[in-house]
Design a protein around this ligand. Structure first.
Ligand code: C2O
Ligand code: CU
Length: 443
């Protein structure tokens, strides 16, 4: 138990919110038009504040961010703040933490931002359609201590399923999507741009924040010839830096990279490819200006030493196992279940506050399931029976075909937290449940 008490103290390094200041802004979900380079006509999209992707929100850790959502769509919507651990009532899950926001209505999200990190926001209503049509954006919570990065760059990766006339393929949750790994598009973009060219200077040290905002596509970004060090996963600092290798960035995941442009790289172009598919393809290019090099800033990014170490879960019994599989049934004809149950008639979990828990995702299907739990971070402990402790925590983990993954978590925030597959078509087909923390009579 002493181990556990230590953990609570260490993890409590958050600013007292009494000293917080607050910032207010609004996000209007509305229909609009967006120009892709390959079509004559503009593409009808759904977007926040007239932008694809939505505006980047930036706020400081320890402050309160108030966001008014105005719904100008023709259907209800909500906003979920992916990865942000905050008050449950602000989590944006219709039917769980709030009512859907009706067309013409608005809702005020008041987010107490405890931790710095790379997060993103997206609807949690009719997800597979609303997110695919363009509703998403990035939320950066900044540390109070600023590091001397030459630049802080955001790449929101996405993929779109576009028709020959430039419109978004209008059928959602098709039997094909449901029987496979969801809706994979035919055009991948970075910040809404197709194969953009990023201009940098020799000697720069770049914090690159990569977010996978696609419905279903897994990206494995590779920087051809350019070393990239992983400093944070899913927003939280890693416990040990490591070189970016074949990292599976599944829908929902974020990676923060530390990239130094060599001083002698002036005039060079580095390709950034997605190596997840058998045939890799170009995502973006980094073009180094032919200029005299800058002095590379020298500093150490923070690491997270004691946040839910694997040792915390030694001897902890498994408290919940979810089997992931498909069967005939549900509102779409094909159901994706967790223990053969479909949302909203799900097999839920209930955990007391502050006690280490071991949870198993047992994928008996041959498809991918990036499983996401709201309101907590967890550590991967085992894959297929072998220890597979990762030097970082996550809020979303990709479970491969027939894979069995054990994770460890400590619920610290009270509430009812949605838990689902982040392949949005699977979630629509029922692959969602809740984790109730400190709510029932479990504590
Ligand atoms: Cu980005 Cu419920 O998730
Ligand atoms: Cu899935």
């Amino acid at each position: 138990m002493t181990k556990f008490i230590m953990f609570l103290i260490v993890s409590n390094l958050v600013l007292p919110l009494s000293t917080a200041f607050s910032q207010e802004m609004s996000l209007t979900a509305e229909k609009g038009l967006f120009k892709f380079p390959f079509f004559d006509d503009q593409t009808p999209v759904w977007q926040y504040n007239g932008q694809i992707p939505g505006p980047v929100l930036r706020a400081k850790a320890g402050t309160i961010l108030t966001v008014r959502l105005n719904n100008m769509l023709e259907e209800p919507t909500t906003i979920h703040w992916h990865g942000v651990r905050t008050d449950n009532a602000m989590d944006g899950v219709p039917g769980v933490t709030q009512d859907p926001v009706k067309p013409g209505d608005s809702f005020e999200y008041r987010l107490r931002l405890e931790e710095a990190g790379t997060f993103w926001y997206h609807p949690h209503f009719n997800n597979s359609e609303q997110i695919e049509r363009g509703l998403k954006g990035v939320l950066i919570v900044e540390d109070n201590e600023q590091l001397a990065w030459s630049r802080d760059t955001i790449w929101l990766l996405d993929d779109w399923s576009l028709q020959k006339n430039g419109t978004i393929y209008p059928n959602f949750n098709t039997p094909h999507d449901l029987m496979h790994d969801g809706r994979w598009g035919n055009v991948s973009t970075v910040n809404g741009e197709y194969q953009p060219d990023f201009k940098v200077k020799p000697g720069e040290r770049i914090r690159l924040r990569i977010i996978n905002g696609a419905n279903a596509r897994v990206f494995s970004p590779q920087f051809q010839g350019l070393p990239a060090k992983v400093i944070a996963v899913d927003g939280r600092p890693v416990s040990r830096f490591f070189a970016l290798d074949k990292f599976m960035l599944s829908p929902g995941n974020r990676l923060d990279l530390d990239i130094v442009i060599p001083r002698d790289a002036g005039g060079k172009t580095y390709e950034v490819t997605d190596d997840f598919p058998q045939k890799k393809y170009l995502l973006a290019a980094i073009h180094v200006k032919d200029e005299p090099p800058l002095t590379t800033p020298d500093f150490e990014p923070p690491i997270s030493k004691n946040f839910i170490p694997a040792s915390l879960f030694e001897g902890v019994p498994i408290t919940k196992t979810w089997e992931l599989s498909a069967f005939r049934g549900g509102k779409l004809g094909i159901g994706w279940g967790m223990n053969q149950k479909l949302w909203p008639d799900s097999d839920t979990a209930a955990f007391p506050l502050g006690t280490p828990q071991k949870v198993v995702f047992n994928n008996t299907s041959s498809r991918l399931h990036p499983m996401h739990i709201h309101g907590v971070f967890f550590r991967v402990l085992e894959r297929n029976g072998s220890p597979a402790v990762e030097p970082f925590t996550r809020d979303t983990v990709l479970i491969g075909p027939r894979e069995n993954v054990v994770i460890g978590l400590v619920p610290e925030h009270k509430g009812i937290w949605a838990t689902h597959c982040h392949i949005l078509e699977h979630a629509e087909a029922g692959m969602m449940t809740t984790v109730e923390v400190g709510v029932s009579n479990v504590d």
